[in-house]
Ligand binder design. Structure first.
Ligand SMILES: [Zn+2]
Length: 289
């Protein structure tokens, strides 16, 4: 599943392409009708003839502003993909490369948004966990209220991080980092990497962190997310960034995906993957105390 840096990369790729374009026609594939909201007809009516004013992102949610009152929100979930096809066929892809964009629409195309200038935005999704929904301002604010500040927000500073720690003393630190209401946009990859950099064991309780560990972890989170955005995210087999290319952060991963391999830092520990609630955590048992 794409995390914050990957969705940010998709957003940056798309907003250059689709802002100020008028939507001429919207089609929804039959099996996906229940995944668009509020209803298929209302969805089409809200978009056709309208112009996309702005593209924004909060955590992994993409938001396309239609007007002051209405926005289209899109979540890619596990296998969603947004593909923009300009007139010259130079494609812009964001998400999971499940269909050759030259052959779109494909059997996985769930929603097709055609623009008046003959360019097209396709939403493809193999497993259909993703969704597209028209929301009014109140619903948008409700959706956004589920997210805390992001590590790249200007007001995500150490006093703020400390206040989050003080509010959740009993949580395990890895679960604490993953909770979107506390910190938005940290997923499994970047939480594991941050804990490795800060040398903190993912199973520690939040209230056991010393002041210097708190500071190390705060700095690690911010740096890891910024670096991942700079490298356009992490590419595994099922993800490409908004330019149709691959992200490069996987070359910088130190612990995620390195289960049973030797620790790159201490050269003594073997990276261990454990179950932690419904998620997993990878860490070095020697140098992450
Ligand atoms: Zn180690």
């Amino acid at each position: 599943m794409p995390e914050l840096p990957e969705v940010e990369t998709i957003k940056r790729g798309l907003d250059k392409q689709i802002i100020n374009k008028r939507i001429s026609k919207v089609s929804i594939e039959k099996s996906f009708i229940k995944k668009v909201g509020p209803s298929a007809n209302a969805f089409k009516k809200a978009l056709e003839g309208k112009t996309i004013k702005n593209v924004a992102r909060r955590s992994k949610l993409l938001m396309f502003e239609i007007n002051k009152e209405q926005s289209l929100i899109v979540h890619l979930k596990m296998t969603g993909q947004l593909v923009y096809r300009p007139k010259n066929n130079k494609i812009v892809v964001g998400g999971h490369p499940i269909a050759g964009p030259q052959n779109l629409p494909s059997k996985f195309t769930r929603v097709t948004i055609q623009f008046a200038d003959k360019t097209t935005l396709f939403f493809n999704d193999v497993r259909k966990f993703g969704f597209l929904k028209i929301v009014d301002r109140k619903e948008l604010n409700e959706a956004l209220s589920k997210y805390g500040r992001e590590p790249i927000d200007k007001d995500f500073n150490f006093p703020h991080f400390k206040s989050l720690i003080d509010k959740s003393p009993r949580k395990k630190v890895k679960s604490f980092l993953l909770e979107q209401k506390i910190i938005a946009g940290l997923g499994n990859i970047y939480a594991d990497e941050s804990l490795f950099v800060a040398k903190v064991n993912p199973e520690r309780r939040v209230d056991s962190l010393t002041k210097s560990e708190q500071k190390l972890l705060f700095v690690a989170i911010v740096e890891i997310i910024k670096k991942a955005i700079k490298y356009k995210g992490t590419t595994f087999s099922d993800y490409v960034n908004a330019k149709g290319g691959k992200g490069n952060f996987q070359k910088h991963l130190q612990v995620y995906g390195r289960n049973k391999l030797e620790c790159l830092r201490c050269k003594k520990g073997i990276i261990t993957k454990i179950k932690l609630g419904s998620r997993s955590a990878s860490f070095c048992p020697i140098c992450q105390k």
